[in-house]
Design a protein around this ligand. Sequence first.
Ligand code: IVH
Length: 678
Amino acid sequence: MQLSLLNISIPEGAAKSRADELRRTLEYHNRLYYVLDAPELSDAGYDELFRELQSLENSYPQLISPDSPTQRVGGIALDKFAAVQHRLPMLSLENASNEDEIRDFDQRVKKFLGLTTDHRISYVCEPKMDGLAVELVYVKGVLTVASTRGDGVTGEDVTENIRTIRMIPLRLSGQHIPDLLEVRGEVYLSLQAFQILNSAKEENGEAPFANPRNAAAGSLRQLDPRITAQRPLSFYCYAPGTLQGTACDSQQEFFAALSGWGLPVNSLISAVEGVEAAVGFYREMLSRREALPYEIDGTVIKVDSFPLQRELGEKSRSPRWAVACKFPPRQATTVLEGVLPSVGRTGVITPVALLRPVDISGVTVSRATLHNWEEVAAKDIRIGDTVVVERAGDVIPAVVRVLAERRSGAELPLVAPDTCPQCGSAVVHIADEVAVRCMGLACPPQIRESITHFASRNAMDIEGMGGKNVEQLITLGLVRSISDLYRLTKDDFMRFERMGDKLAGKLLSAIENSKRRDLGRFIFALGIRHVGERTAKALAQSFGSLENLIHATSEELLTIRDIGATVAQSIRTFFDNPDNLAVLRSLQESGVAPTAEAKQVGGRFSGKTFVFTGALSRFTRDEAQRLAEAEGGSVVGSVSKKTNYVVSGEDAGSKLAKARNLGVTVLTEEEFIKLLAV
Ligand code: IVH
């Protein structure tokens, strides 16, 4: 064990009280910075305290607690999320889509409560955050479980990912900490974080997220918490679940208590008397919507009093005491001036609308998606038409409908192209799908997209091989398929605009390093239609080698969970194509040798789940993981009641503590080795 020189002289008792103090101080400054947006300490000052705590914890690992700020980004990736039952179902909300429907809601409430129609109910009005619902569970003030809404009854355990969100305290502060606090709220991504994330994705040649909500959901549902930690997610609380050891009589009191405990509450929330004031809040939010740093899609109005909420109760899916007041869609009308057929990775040609530029709530829109040619025909969209365009918080606006009454008669009907606009090859209309597809093998945009996909982070992870560099390789005639990547030389890269010796060397070694990626990534990287990351991993585990997969029959493919007739057919079509086989052979000749990860079915550890934590001395984590998997075990990243074994090495942290709390069997490295040897 490494002891820091700085702390070695501190006795354990003193170290413990200093560590406790540092944790409280760090959590306090965290809250000032992330929740209240009013930092008192410089970043350097914060880092200094953080490093002091880290150093104390290095010297005395027994002092590490799961709620330590040093434990926000934990362990290894999961292979799936565990299920979590919500103690109380997570309900949805009834919608009101205009001001009169808000007034109708108010009348329903009063009728149910037997109040006169002119009675003024006390309401709490809140922005409706456009993200995803999550429940946090604090036991005696410590964050223990966080789960998604799921179907409302059962959600997914996303604790490790939620712990990376700095706005969420790992331990509550302040007075009267409840024995049990379940609090629901919305995880969201700010518009700024969304834009940064999407620019990075585009630079890497990956498809951008359609809107901040999808980006937040995609970021929270990462199996590897280290990826979530890189996405600056935010959170606002909005409703209680079960509360024990504390009493609140109203939504206002509840929010005040939450703030007191250090939980984030949106400062725009406002308590009002009577429905007209609630309508006023809705109007105000509608007018401020574009200026907010995050997406809201409406407001939520709630009866403030908890006794009244209880009296009103709930219907099957939504409470009678709240309503979501949705904003109208952001729409504008403009003229469709042309259509650009655009070719994607798989050769699908989609129609993109070229519009007379129009302002839709502060954003100039000049392009929109028309989705596919069938939809163009169904909506009878013609060039020259006046069309309604909608921005639904999405990156790409959509053409919603045509104002046929505005036609002059000079409009031109739209037809799908017979030849590819990029390479001139014939296109085919595939019978059982709406797509029109270019079949040209040398179609430049298809090549570009398939190579960027191959090199992308979740596939072969070739750093630096994003859209722009791939584009240059194609323009210079240096690559025509993925296998050409492995024949590139430094001189080839030196032909790029603005390329230095060092960068060229980096690109080459990134390509070289990708040769031994695991088989699952490699299969995903091939871009076989309908084969996403999960299916690719399942194929790798079942077949163990590329050779086996190439020769797999449809019947064999169909035995794999999640693979149906369409996917099996698509896999066979891919490997039956001699051009694809030639590319695979050429990859092999260049030394691309994806490593197998066959899962032993029916091994000694079959059905058992393992979590590894801390440093092992006899093998690396990856090796230990492979040993467990080779015997049919599965290795997951976070500890739950369902975990069978936690293998604990040196400096084990929060996972060990959690395992002990849950009564999960903890093995030392030696015991794990014995178990393997039995
Ligand atoms: S209250 C029973 N308050 O909207 C009460 N929900 O359409 C449950 N949402 O699933 C929800 N902001 O994900 C509530 N201030 C807010 C909200 C909010 C966003 C989401 C939430 C919910 C969905 C219902």
